[in-house]
Design a protein around this ligand. Structure first.
Ligand code: ARG
Length: 461
């Protein structure tokens, strides 16, 4: 802990206990906000000059000191020796700029300052996560394009249900990620409100100009209520929700990769560079990325529920409980980003085993619904058709007779219906909009590409 006095030493006759500072200080993690803190302080300084609270010389001295701090941060020579990042930077500015530096904190509290820093961080990083989501979407579309004809069983209850094109399956994950990008956009928008000028909780008697600061920092607007400005962490909760849900999507994708890469399924062969070995079992090739993506979802859900629990009992306005928002946010952004990047690498390089997928989808019972629909086309009520085909499947199973044989000898089915059981037939018959067959998937792919382009345009802006 630092030997220097805390910012608030004036009120105290005794120095703070080391053990207290060890518990209350946040420098260990909020150093991550250093560059945002500098950015906020630059805008605050310019505002103080504009409203006449700083002279031109003072402004210049403070801005030069902030430049020096930024330089030290980029060279990793900045000394993080204070209870939090705000104090550390202000102390260094005061060291560098002398008397002018002591004016930096005019009209400002760490309460509005930390809210500002975190909003700058979330606004920027939400965009970064969205870019990573987009890269994964890109790979899903590419892999779908590479495998236009491959099909596999679609499952419900993890029981083979109806065949679907691999492209259709991959694109199912794509659309979930589209919604994630939309959510990350919204997270960025929610953070896009400047809280600076709220002070500790009630504004100031000094002629501050919060609108100027908001404009200077490119915010869409400023706070309306100073109490709300310093105690609102909704934007953090929303970021944690977006992270948790993105991670849940990665988890579901991860679960399928784990299944598909198993010898039992054998649908997927992982690239050596994107899988891991066992310390004891020489034959193993493990889907560690997929498992970790799946496992981390639990922790990220915990971050969201943890913050909500922290917030639920807090009276207005700022309480130090809020200091606990940062570690979960940093972890959520880091974990989600790393998982997205790794899953993108895994999916971009894995080999899909078409023969295994198709063999699993070509078991005749997977076409049972088509047999029932064939009967429906001849005027049979669906419920009756369902029972008739169900009975055939049962007989086949009970008597050990191939379903094909029973279909052929069943008067209402016969050779016309037998065609439906031929390999690859059932998937071709999924023709309805948004369905799993070639025709609708072609249209879906075009829609996916258009959406991808539109999102790219927005992310590049
Ligand atoms: N470290 C604090 C946080 O992360 C900054 C604000 C502290 N305010 C205070 N009055 N102690 O929220």
């Amino acid at each position: 802990m630092t030997d220097s006095k805390p910012l608030w030493h004036g009120r105290f006759g005794e120095p703070p206990a080391d053990e207290m500072m060890a518990f209350t200080s946040s420098i260990g993690f909020d150093r991550r906000l250093a560059s945002d803190d500098v950015t906020g302080s630059r805008a605050h300084t310019k505002m103080l000059r504009r409203v006449g609270l700083l002279s031109a010389d003072e402004e210049e001295a403070i801005l030069a000191a902030l430049d020096q701090v930024a330089e030290e941060l980029s060279r990793s020579t900045f000394v993080f020796d204070a209870e939090d990042i705000h104090t550390a930077i202000e102390a260094r500015v005061t060291e560098l700029a002398g008397a002018a530096g002591a004016k930096l904190h005019t009209g400002r509290s760490r309460n509005d300052q930390v809210a500002l820093d975190l909003r700058l961080f979330v606004r920027r990083e939400a965009r970064e996560v969205a870019r990573r989501v987009h890269a994964l979407q890109d790979v899903l579309v590419r892999r779908a394009v590479e495998h236009p004809d491959v099909y596999l069983p679609g499952y419900t209850h993890l029981q083979r249900a109806q065949p679907v094109l691999l492209a259709h399956h991959l694109l199912a994950h794509f659309w979930a990620l589209v919604r994630d990008v939309e959510r990350w956009d919204a997270v960025g928008d929610r953070a896009d409100v400047s809280p600076l000028g709220a002070g500790a909780l009630a504004g100031s008697s000094l002629p501050l100009d919060p609108d100027f600061v908001a404009g200077e920092l490119g915010f869409a607007g400023r706070f309306e209520n100073s109490l709300d400005a310093v105690s609102d962490r909704d934007f953090v909760a929303e970021a944690l929700f977006a992270a948790a849900l993105t991670q849940v999507h990665l988890s579901r994708l991860g679960e399928e990769i784990v299944l598909w890469a198993s010898e039992e399924f054998g649908f997927l062969v992982l690239h050596d560079a994107w899988s891991t070995g066992s310390s004891m079992l020489p034959q193993k090739k493990n889907p560690d990325i997929a498992e970790l993506a799946r496992g981390s979802a639990g922790r990220l859900i915990g971050h969201l529920t943890g913050l909500l629990a922290t917030l639920k009992g807090l009276p207005l306005a700022y309480n130090l409980d809020l200091q606990g928002d940062k570690e979960p946010v940093f972890d959520a952004f880091d974990t989600c980003t790393r998982a997205l990047v790794a899953m993108t690498g895994l999916l971009g390089s894995a080999e899909f085993v078409a023969e295994r997928m198709q063999a699993a989808a070509d078991t005749p019972a997977v076409a049972a619904t088509d047999l029932a629909e064939h009967l429906v086309e001849q005027g049979m009520p669906f419920r009756e058709a369902h029972a008739a085909v169900g009975a055939l499947v049962r007989q086949a199973a009970d008597r050990g007779v191939p379903l094909e044989e029973l279909v052929l000898t069943e008067p209402r089915l016969g050779p016309d219906a037998l065609v439906l059981l031929e390999p690859g037939q059932a998937v071709q018959r999924r023709t309805t909009p948004g369905g799993a067959g070639a025709k609708p998937v072609k249209r879906q792919l075009a829609a996916a590409r258009a959406r991808l382009e539109e999102q790219r345009g927005r992310l590049d802006r």
